[in-house]
Design a protein around this ligand. Structure first.
Ligand code: SF4
Ligand code: SF4
Length: 438
């Protein structure tokens, strides 16, 4: 075994505070492991100043969506990760509650916690204040470092005066230190304003201190423009969707299963399955050509790429389990070396066409049925790329628009409009099957 490898056992030593918080004695078992274990493992090596907040945040932040295990969150913090990105909507507050338990007994000032809330247009100031108080209750904290508007999909939504007025009061009461926003582009039912438009407007607005945006080695230009604008205004810049890599092995399995079952498959989907099959097979060749032992090395190179940009303060990948934690923390302070550069360049050429760019949505106005292409492909990414199957399926089920089953009866106008050549009609049909498990 690799020396110093982080393991669940290795992390458990840091869980004593949680055990105590849960009323369990030292030596009690969590996940079948006793708490009396060592704390070896990779630690964060680099901290960066989070814009005008002046907080020294770990270059790897904690995307907490889907995590409800306080002991695991303690392990994340013990590894030196000190930036937590969460939201009131993540598992309907359960993630905030888990963070609250994990924070018990810790030095509050050493962790920066950002939480987010989505705002309807007609939200009142009192609603925002009440919801912020509920967040604090779940987090068991006196204050959050940053309260962010979750996905303001238009510039107008950024200017929501009920929110800004509530923030003012919450700051005066010491319950919120900074204001922020997150935006990853198109959403169902949106006026089509891009991620770039919204973030650039936020930089200009001047009332936002921290932002969460999409930036990765394929979806590059938009992110770089935003990062420059935030740098100029000294706004803290954190990232999501840093890893645009499709899970080919999972995809291959699904393709093989469809074939085995001899399903009656729509010709467009059949054609896509053939292309995916060929791609999935080529993925193995790609791995050996670029001396990759596992496909996750592309994910790792993708993190090195974003950290190489000095305008990035923290990459906040979703960290769901101990393997993720080991992988991401090990990347702290790493350099975007030649091998990583070559691997990503080759990946982009070979597989880039299968990536429906996060925060894009350029084809959506062409859809006669109002299908939210980019949103559905994002849910597909949550399922296949981030392992958040249940949440992805629930999100998809809750879409109030036409879903991708309708794509089998269409001429594929979106695909013709995609400037990146993404075979999106077939991908949408496949995403529908994955997200509904039909
Ligand atoms: S299919 Fe193409 S144009 Fe449509 S959202 Fe995806 S990347 Fe953008
Ligand atoms: S395939 Fe047709 S129905 Fe489906 S998103 Fe594209 S344009 Fe809309």
């Amino acid at each position: 075994m690799k020396k110093n490898r982080i393991s669940r056992r290795g992390f458990m030593g840091g869980s004593l505070a949680v055990l105590a918080g849960l009323g369990l004695p030292r030596g009690s078992k969590l996940f079948g492991q006793t708490s009396d274990t060592n704390t070896d493992g990779p630690k964060i090596k680099e901290y960066r100043t989070l814009g005008r907040t002046r907080f020294n945040c770990s270059d790897i932040g904690f995307g907490s969506s889907g995590v409800t295990d306080p002991a695991f969150i303690v392990a994340v913090l013990d590894a030196g990760v000190n930036y937590i990105d969460t939201a009131e909507s993540y598992l309907r507050g359960q993630v905030e509650s888990a963070i609250g338990k994990a924070m018990q007994g810790r030095d509050r000032k050493k962790v920066f916690i950002s939480t987010k809330m989505g705002l309807r247009q007609n939200v009142t100031k009192q609603d925002v204040i009440d919801r912020a108080n509920k967040c604090l209750e779940r987090l068991k904290l006196d204050y959050v470092d940053c309260l962010q508007i979750h996905m303001p999909s238009t510039v107008a939504a950024l200017k929501n005066e009920a929110y800004h007025s509530a923030i003012k009061d919450l700051k005066t009461e010491g319950k919120v230190r900074f204001s922020g926003l997150s935006n990853h582009g198109s959403q169902w039912g949106d006026v089509p304003e891009t991620m770039e438009q919204v973030h650039l407007a936020a930089a200009e607005d001047g009332r936002f201190d921290v932002a969460l945006l999409v930036y990765n080695f394929i979806q590059q230009e938009m992110g770089e423009n935003i990062l420059k604008a935030y740098k100029k205004k000294n706004v803290g810049a954190t990232l999501m969707k840093t890893n645009p890599v499709m899970n080919y092995l999972e995809m291959k399995e699904r393709v093989d299963k469809s074939e085995e079952e001899g399903r009656d498959v729509n010709p467009r989907m059949k054609a896509l399955i053939e292309r995916l099959k060929a791609r999935a097979d080529r993925a193995e060749t790609f791995k050996s050509r670029y001396s990759l032992t596992k496909f996750n090395e592309i994910r790792d190179a993708a993190i090195k790429f974003v950290l190489n940009n000095p305008d990035v303060n923290a990459a906040c990948p979703t960290i769901l389990n101990y393997n993720d934690l080991e992988a991401y923390v090990s990347l702290s302070g790493s350099k975007f070396d030649l091998k990583a550069q070559n691997t990503l360049a080759a990946y982009k050429t070979t597989f880039g066409e299968f990536y429906c760019r996060h925060a894009c949505g350029k084809c959506e106005p062409q859809c006669p049925h109002g299908v939210p292409v980019n949103t559905i492909m994002r849910y597909n990414h949550y399922f296949l790329g981030q392992g958040k199957e249940k949440a992805a399926m629930l999100d998809y089920a809750a879409l109030p628009t036409n879903k991708a089953d309708i794509c089998s009866m269409c001429g594929g106008h979106c695909e013709q409009a995609c400037p990146y050549g993404v075979p999106v009609q077939g991908l949408l049909m496949m995403a529908h099957r994955i997200l509904t498990l039909v």
